[in-house]
Design a protein around this ligand. Structure first.
Ligand code: ADP
Ligand code: MG
Length: 385
């Protein structure tokens, strides 16, 4: 191609497909333990309680981690490398497969996915991301692209933000920021250069997560967790001394706490209190989605992101500039039918949210404009003196 124009492979990697919807909703049905009343009726719809629900994709109970990755994770990696903010959120009742879908068994994380096959979406994303970065890094067709990635891992427990990479930090504040939307003050950030760096962070963070230590579901997660990776890239012609262009994108991966239908009679007070908070935060999330989807009149004309830490943290993902995938996980048994219906309803409303994805880019022209402005301001200052 003529000088300065992108090659076909760069176009493929850096320019996203316009037809891709900004909010996608997938449903994953976990394997049944007993009877199953839910059935998939086509590749994108299923029947629950005699009602048909249609989404972007429905994964049957025999779907593999790789199937889910190819459909939900792989497009995210492409978008993130293009400079879009991207998010995946797993939503569903306790024991429906959120944690399994997002992370997979911890032992599988240290394996190569082709070996274990059980790795969840998150480790697969980073395996793919770093292999693409390693291919692109350095000189490609006379262009030099450099990447820098940093990660953080937090949990929201009882409406407080805890740092999973430094458990001594239990109540961090969210600060709004003109350039990047928001950030969590003092949250540990670690630079990562390869997949192994990520698995170490994931395993460390997951082991610090709050889990219910009581009865029935002893492994049930009692906090919402969010893993974030910020990718910065610089692209310029190898021969040029100019700035080129720079892109920043945030990958945001969320696994919600387990919400239970009934709390067991012998549950501890702590467990009951946790459950109360979890239900409240999930209902605030549902309300947020309703408002963004335009279902409820919003008199204040402002979305109440600040109503909870969780909704505040999802500001870019829900109704913002991120490309979002929601994975609704459901149990196919009869006992879960009302929970399943409510999860599916959440998915339908989420689908109505109107995100507006935009590439976060600073180009050479932007830098020149800013330089001009600085020069003008300096001149004005000089004149004023
Ligand atoms: P949640 O995080 O929604 O509470 P989990 O991911 O912990 O649920 O899943 C509950 C149990 O079901 C775990 O033992 C998990 O391994 C198993 N499980 C969930 N989804 C699947 C699946 N698609 N295939 C096989 N096992 C699954
Ligand atoms: Mg879980």
């Amino acid at each position: 191609p003529p000088k300065g124009e992108l090659t076909a492979s760069e176009v493929e990697q850096r320019v996203p497909e316009a037809s891709d919807p900004p909010v996608k909703v997938a449903v994953r049905i976990r394997p049944a333990v007993g009877d199953a009343m839910l059935r998939k009726v086509s590749k994108d719809s299923l029947c629950c309680d005699e009602r048909k629900f249609t989404f972007d994709t429905v994964f049957e109970s025999d779907s593999t981690q790789e199937d889910v990755y190819q459909s939900v994770g792989a497009p995210l990696v492409k978008d993130a490398l293009c400079g879009y903010n991207t998010s995946i959120i797993a939503y569903g009742q306790t024991g429906s497969g959120k944690t399994y879908t997002m992370w997979g068994p911890q032992s599988a994380m240290v394996d190569d996915p082709s070996v274990s096959g059980l790795q969840g979406i998150v480790p697969r994303i980073f395996q793919d991301l770093f292999s693409k970065i390693q291919k692109e890094q350095g000189n490609v067709d006379g262009k030099k692209i450099n990447y820098q990635c940093r990660c953080s891992f937090l949990e929201v427990y009882d409406d407080k933000i805890g740092d999973l990479l430094d458990p001594t930090q239990r109540d961090l504040e969210i600060k709004d920021d003109v350039k990047n939307g928001f950030y969590v003050e003092n949250l540990t950030e670690e630079y990562v250069t390869c997949y192994e760096d990520i698995t170490q962070i994931l395993i460390k963070g997951l082991s610090n997560r709050k889990i219910g230590a009581t009865n029935i579901n002893s492994k049930s997660s009692r906090s919402h967790i969010m893993f974030t990776c910020i990718i910065e890239s610089w692209c310029k012609h190898s021969s040029s001394k100019c700035f080129g262009s720079s892109r920043t994108s945030r990958i945001c991966l969320v696994d919600l706490a387990g919400f239970e239908r009934n709390v067991a009679d012998n549950a501890s007070r702590q467990h009951v209190k946790e459950g109360k908070y979890i239900r409240k935060s999930i209902s605030q999330l549902g309300r947020l989605v309703n408002i963004i989807a335009g279902r409820l009149p919003d008199k204040l004309n402002e979305v109440p992101y600040r109503s909870s830490r969780l909704t505040h943290l999802l500001r870019e993902s829900f109704g913002g500039n991120a490309k979002l995938s929601v994975i609704c996980t459901i149990r196919p048994d009869h006992k879960s039918s009302s929970q399943s219906t409510s999860t599916l309803r959440f998915g339908l409303r989420a689908k109505l949210m109107k995100n507006e994805p935009a590439v976060n880019e600073i180009t050479e022209d932007d830098v020149n404009d800013l330089s001009d402005q600085i020069r003008q301001l300096k001149e004005e200052l000089m004149r004023a003196k």
